[in-house]
Design a protein around this ligand. Structure first.
Ligand code: G6P
Length: 594
């Protein structure tokens, strides 16, 4: 989704920093990009275009633009098609104010009408353009950038983060956030406002996370924060955070894509996920044990990790437990009260639906919010009573890989504490098992070659392995654009069997243990109707056309080992089909709008 990076400096030219920041935010998903630079003579130069950041640079040479203050943006179209006019920055009528925006201004139609009645002329179809005009209005009236941003913010409904640049204020940025992320970066000579710390991490690891509903005034020397009523917040409330993510892990190393690199990082990241402060895990377990019921909420891959947690909580801890997709959270509301613990899971901590679910639960006086998040300092962390971090480093590939396995392991660690069971074992041993699961790579490449032309793929499994089938199907859809479904093996006869044709590939997750025989019977039924069975199992079986061998393990670690080959399969299917696995079409890493 849209990414913002803005910079203001006492002595540096900021264009190259903005360009670098835009590249670092590319993973969020976008279709156009742009920058606005304020030069020493007080005029704002805007360069924007449809396409990739490198195309913006090639066509407009943005890195050579002069200016010590500037704003930049990657746009993921919501309101208005993909066009140069709709790309950001958006500029006010008089060209004195330029803004970049992430989010949706829900009442933009009414605001636009009112502004047009006052003589404002709009050039784009975006909701964002109203912000430029609102800030312009406010600035004319109040003569003060912060007052202008506040006036605009108080008129807007929806969710937003925006940053404004004023042509007559050469060393100033003003930003605001409401349910969308905006982080301050404090470099020695240059300061930043960005959607994501990754955007400025090459320059500084000192960040200040703004709270929701705040307006910020940033110069190379000062940082002032106001609430939406215009009251200045005490600097004591602004703690500088040292961002621990190593920049080294932001490079692709020797891998062709981030996605492949991140898949390969998993032997290390599952171990890092387990390196939790035992006291914090104990505290989280305590919250679970104390709760009358637990509701887990998440989206995408995080939802599948939540499904795995639910199974253990229900079967082993015998807890009343529900998993609700965050976008469907409303249906759970009647059952939420002070006896409920909400467990929110999210890699980014910025998924709009997840944050909205937390908000709804708070309104129902939920007993507590525990989250599992990768991005420290994210909105979800700030809105939780307690968070456990996934510690898996920045995940750049749009499709979640290492964050999923980290979630599974942090969940296991916590539930082990609840149940008193020691299922996780030695982290190093787990790392070795994941290494072995990665040995499936040549076979997955070969299978991708063989099946990349097929229109449909099915994934089946039972019990605690069913979420793995769902995750395998999701990865395949995201990366290869092939229709895929993950389903309980038991449901086959209720529809899916009708879809099986000669040669239809079906991935059957069939590890040793309960349900094995039944799953194999289902595989036989599929094979009898022409399906080609790819077995994810500890041992070959005559019904498997291909066996993807996974190491033996106890049940709680098995999903991690089973999903690794499926991630590889999806990755190679994408490269076979000449898709860009790091930037799947139409998808975004951080879904910050509902
Ligand atoms: C998007 C990403 C997925 C991710 C999902 C949830 O759809 O492309 O990879 O699983 O959002 O994101 P979250 O950051 O909340 O885990």
């Amino acid at each position: 989704m849209c990414g913002i990076i803005a910079a203001v400096s006492s002595e540096e030219e900021v264009a190259p920093l903005l360009l670098e920041g835009l590249k670092r935010e590319e993973y969020r998903g976008y279709d156009s990009a742009g920058v606005a630079l304020l030069d020493g003579r007080g005029s704002i130069a805007v360069k924007k275009d449809v396409g990739m950041v490198r195309e913006l640079e090639a066509r407009h040479g943005v890195s050579k633009l002069k200016g010590q203050a500037g704003i930049a943006h990657t746009r993921w179209a919501t309101h208005g098609g993909v066009s140069r006019e709709n790309a950001h920055p958006q500029v006010s009528c008089d060209g004195e104010v330029a803004i970049v925006h992430n989010g949706i201004v829900e009442n933009y139609v009414a605001l636009k009408k009112a502004l047009e009645a006052k003589g404002h002329v709009f050039v784009s179809e975006t909701d964002s353009e109203v912000i430029a005009h609102l800030v312009e209005e406010g600035y004319e009236k109040e003569g003060d950038p912060v007052a202008a941003a506040l006036a605009a913010a108080n008129l807007m409904r929806g969710q937003y983060a925006f940053v404004a640049l004023f042509s007559d204020r050469p060393r100033l940025l003003v930003g605001a956030r409401y349910d969308a992320p905006l982080v301050v970066g404090l470099g020695e000579r240059t300061r930043f406002l960005a959607s994501d710390v990754l955007a400025f991490l090459a320059e500084t690891d000192k960040a200040v996370f703004l709270d929701n509903k705040e307006v910020v005034e940033l110069t190379p020397e000062s940082l002032r924060v106001f609430n939406l009523k215009g009251r200045e917040m005490s600097p004591k409330t602004r703690k500088e955070t040292h961002v621990a993510w190593e920049l080294g892990s932001l490079s692709k190393a020797n891998y062709a894509h981030y996605t492949l690199k991140e898949i390969h990082e998993q032997p290390a990241t599952v171990q890092a996920a387990l390196a939790q402060d035992p006291e914090k895990v104990g505290e989280a377990a305590e919250r679970i044990t104390r709760a009358r019921s637990v509701v887990l909420t998440a989206a995408g891959s995080s939802y599948h990790a939540a499904l795995l947690m639910k199974l253990r909580l229900a079967l082993e801890a015998k807890m009343r437990c529900e998993v609700v997709l965050s976008g469907e959270f409303e249906r759970e509301l009647p059952f939420i009260d002070e006896g409920t613990l909400l467990v929110a899971m999210s890699q980014s901590g910025e998924t709009a639906d997840v944050l909205e679910a937390v908000k709804m639960a708070r309104r129902k006086k939920v007993g507590g919010v525990l989250s599992m998040v990768n991005a420290a300092g994210s909105s979800l962390v700030r809105q939780s009573d307690q968070s456990l971090l996934l510690n898996c480093g920045p995940e750049v590939g749009v499709a979640a890989t290492k964050s999923f396995t980290a979630q599974v392991m942090v969940g296991n660690l916590m539930i082990d504490r609840v149940t008193g069971r020691e299922s996780v074992g030695d982290p190093r041993r787990l790392g070795q098992l994941v290494e072995r699961a990665l040995e499936s790579e040549p076979l997955m490449r070969e299978l991708a070659r063989r099946y990349s032309g097929r229109p449909d793929f099915y994934f089946i499994a039972r019990g605690g392995h069913y979420p793995v089938a769902q995750e395998g199907a999701l990865k395949l859809k995201e990366l290869s654009y092939i229709h895929a479904e993950g389903m309980p093996a038991s449901e086959l006869k209720h529809g899916t069997l009708a879809l099986i044709e000669e040669g239809t590939p079906v991935v059957v997750v069939a590890p040793n243990g309960p349900g094995y025989d039944d799953t194999i019977s289902n595989a036989q039924e599929l094979a009898a109707r022409g399906a080609e069975i790819i077995g994810i199992a500890q041992k070959p079986h005559p019904v498997f056309k291909h066996t993807v061998a996974i190491p033996a393990s106890n049940g709680t670690v098995a999903p991690v080992l089973e999903v690794v080959p499926l991630q590889l399969l999806a990755y190679f299917m994408a490269t076979e089909r000449r898709n860009d696995p790091d930037h799947p079409r139409n998808l975004a890493k951080s879904v910050t709008v509902k």
